[in-house]
Write a protein that binds this ligand. Sequence first.
Ligand code: 1HE
Length: 268
Amino acid sequence: MTAQIDPARFANLAIEARDQGIQIVTLNRPSKRNALDAATIAELVEYFSLAPRAGVRAVVLAGAGDHFCAGLDLVEHHEADRSPAEFMHLCLRWHEAFNKMEYGGVPVIAALKGAVVGGGLELASAAHLRVMDQSTYFALPEGQRGLFTGGGATIRVTDLIGKARMIDMMMTGRVYQGEEAADLGLAQYIVDGSSLDRAIDLAHRAAQNLPLTNFAICSGISHMQNMSALDAAYAEAVLAGIVNTQPEARARLAAFADKSAARVRPNT
Ligand code: 1HE
């Protein structure tokens, strides 16, 4: 691997290495409800630039304290009194960070709790899996604050819940929580206990896949969504050509052929 992640280089992200190449990355400004200031976005860009080349097999993205993330740091934004060009460039940094997450090829699993609002929802929606607990609620309060989303919600949140619900969240400040939020697709998992524990379980599961397979899942599918169906089918075939013939898969295929591999069964 060509990159190394030194946790000491990060101030706003707490990075903890676990077994199986899993890393827990925690937004670590709980006194500010993990609001995303420019420095945190820069650290997300750096972390997700390195992770795919540092042998990380799965990332659990969490928030310190009672809330996942309160979105854009509104106090920093207020005090910086940014010009249109300055804010546009800041948004492009957000996109850089979130695109590196979504297209980096390393599974990213968000462990949600409390407020997942504004840019916090934009961040969560760039993860590949979202796990919510019973305290989790989702909102896009930008509309009420005289703002508009700038970190990809128009694309990713709309993908998750559809255009009409996205417009409603923005226009009326509608809050989604509980089973309704999960049923709509804002999270794939809802748990009674700790979302972090479930996210870590899922990370272990993902980390058992071959890295090249996870790369196809956690990069290829997103890229193909951006293509015409014709081009996506072509790209899928090319990607399958590489992934499905990888030497590392031979042992798994042999185990199926000799009947030693687990069969797919319904849940008990
Ligand atoms: C913040 C932020 C923030 C808290 N920027 N400092 N996002 C929002 O509109 C959400 C704004 N935040 C809230 O609605 C609430 O703070 C929470 C529901 C998240 C949490 O409530 P609570 O009662 O636990 O905390 P609090 O008392 O409101 O805040 C505690 C501290 O966190 C306080 O700082 P302190 O120094 O006075 O103690 C707050 O100022 C600070 N804090 N949220 C800055 N967001 C690329 S465009 C993206 C567009 C957006 O994301 S718009 C933002 C939407």
